[in-house]
Design a protein around this ligand. Structure first.
Ligand SMILES: [Zn+2]
Length: 430
């Protein structure tokens, strides 16, 4: 059984930068979007591709013919099919899936106008291991309030909420425009017309959705502004930095004492406050294409001071406050454990000696594996000896936030976290 790809290149093109040429023919870095798609697939097992077109179908077919003849796509089988009357992304997918060979059991679904630079084979293999019928790449973005949300809740369950249907606090985690589905699952969701608004929601409700949280480069180029931004990202090295499928450098941030004040300790979202100036420093890392990860010990969960749900709401509140300033963290990792017993109301199952509590390096190593991060070239910003210990155990650089610079041993110190994050971003960008 093999994996094929369906590229959805329909739609009327009315939002497009140049409605007289197909979006797949638009250039980024001198290369058409179709070439970007095929170059991505060339790094994976996928060799069979169907492009579903609507608007300008003849031009799409001609482009596909011309591009697939390039020497570097030898071995690819690219077909096109024209959708007579566009009916939504899932309907278009069904049309494309019918053209793939019988031997194709799993389908990577790409949106024609989303430029993707990420380890697609890792997405496919993790999806297969999950056993789910449907998969989506999710990532935070700088416009979380008008995106389809897809996230894992505090119980580990996948949740999908179409834009406009959101209520309350949810993490900044949006559908990035790259999906996968088994042929068998296509026939399970017969009433779905659109991926974001129907199919992901139905799959999540059926516990059939795998969410892959990505920190690589996926960007919608479907409007003139977005295409311009993507071209600028290419020229500024952002696509090569964030989209590198080799090992990348990243910024690691402690939470309490770096993103928010260390005192008073916060156990409810309504009390959570990002420190002034921090969001704009994080945004600079985002704009440069430097992945940002939070690594935090939250022993208050084990001690019974807050529930996992309350902690999850705090994380969502953090995302919301950063989102107001178009900033985001790529993924949030926390240790809920605590080694010492004896607290009233504590959660006994979490009262353990674990490997994820800083200064242990398990979370940093997990981030390295899941996101392709080179720890020895990355930097941790923290305010405690535990953060320094994590950096040491993981082989990362360390910047200490302290007005007193009171940690022993040599290290870089800045008096506040705004200056510390700024310094880390400057070092990571060069
Ligand atoms: Zn732990």
């Amino acid at each position: 059984m093999s994996v094929g790809a369906v590229i959805l290149a329909g739609g009327k093109g009315t939002r497009s930068a140049n409605p007289t040429i197909p979006k797949l023919a638009q250039l980024v870095g001198g290369k058409s979007l179709l070439e970007w798609h095929l170059d991505l697939l060339a790094q994976s097992q996928v060799r069979e591709v169907v492009i579903v077109s609507g608007h300008l179908g003849d031009q799409v077919a001609a482009l596909a013919q011309k591009v697939s003849e390039l020497a570097r796509y030898q071995g690819f089988n690219v077909n096109t099919v024209e959708e007579p009357d566009p009916q939504g992304t899932v309907t278009a997918l069904r049309l494309g899936a019918n053209i793939l060979s019988e031997s194709v059991a799993r389908i990577l679904v790409m949106l024609g106008d989303v430029l993707v630079a990420m380890p697609v084979e890792q997405f496919l293999s993790n999806w297969e291991l999950s056993g789910k019928g449907v998969a989506v790449v999710a990532h935070p973005n700088n416009h979380p309030f008008d995106s389809d949300s897809v996230y894992i809740d505090s119980t580990g369950r996948a949740i999908a909420v179409p834009k406009g249907a959101r209520t309350g606090r949810v993490p900044n985690s949006a559908s990035a425009g790259l999906f996968a589905i088994t042929k068998a699952a296509i026939s399970r969701y017969l009433s779905a017309r659109d991926f974001g608004s129907n199919l992901l929601v139905q799959a999540a409700e059926s516990n059939d959705l795998f969410v892959f949280t990505g920190s690589h480069y996926l960007k919608d180029t479907g409007t003139p502004d977005r295409l311009d931004a993507t071209v600028k990202d290419f020229e500024g090295g952002v696509i090569s930095r964030r989209g590198d499928i080799g090992l990348r450098r990243a910024l690691f941030l402690d939470r309490d004492g770096v993103i928010n004040a260390v005192q008073p300790e916060v156990y409810r979202a309504k009390d959570y406050q990002v420190l002034p100036g921090v969001a704009s420093e994080i945004r600079k890392a985002n704009e440069l294409g430097i992945p940002v990860f939070v690594v935090t010990n939250q022993p208050g969960i084990a001690k019974g001071l807050m529930s996992p749900e309350e902690h999850f709401e705090i994380r969502s509140e953090l995302d919301a406050q950063l989102g107001v300033e178009q900033a985001f963290v790529d993924e949030y990792y926390f240790c809920p454990h605590h080694p010492d017993s004896g607290f009233e109301g504590e959660r006994i199952a979490l009262k353990v000696e674990c490997e994820c509590r800083k200064p242990h390096a398990a979370l940093a190593k997990l981030i390295s594996l899941q996101h392709g991060i080179e720890l020895s070239k990355s930097i941790m910003v923290g305010d405690t000896a535990r953060d320094q210990g994590l950096a040491g155990n993981a082989g990362m650089g360390f910047i200490h936030v302290s007005s007193a610079c009171d940690l022993e041993s040599e290290h870089v110190c800045e008096p506040d976290s705004v200056k510390a994050i700024r310094r880390a971003v400057e070092e990571l960008a060069c």
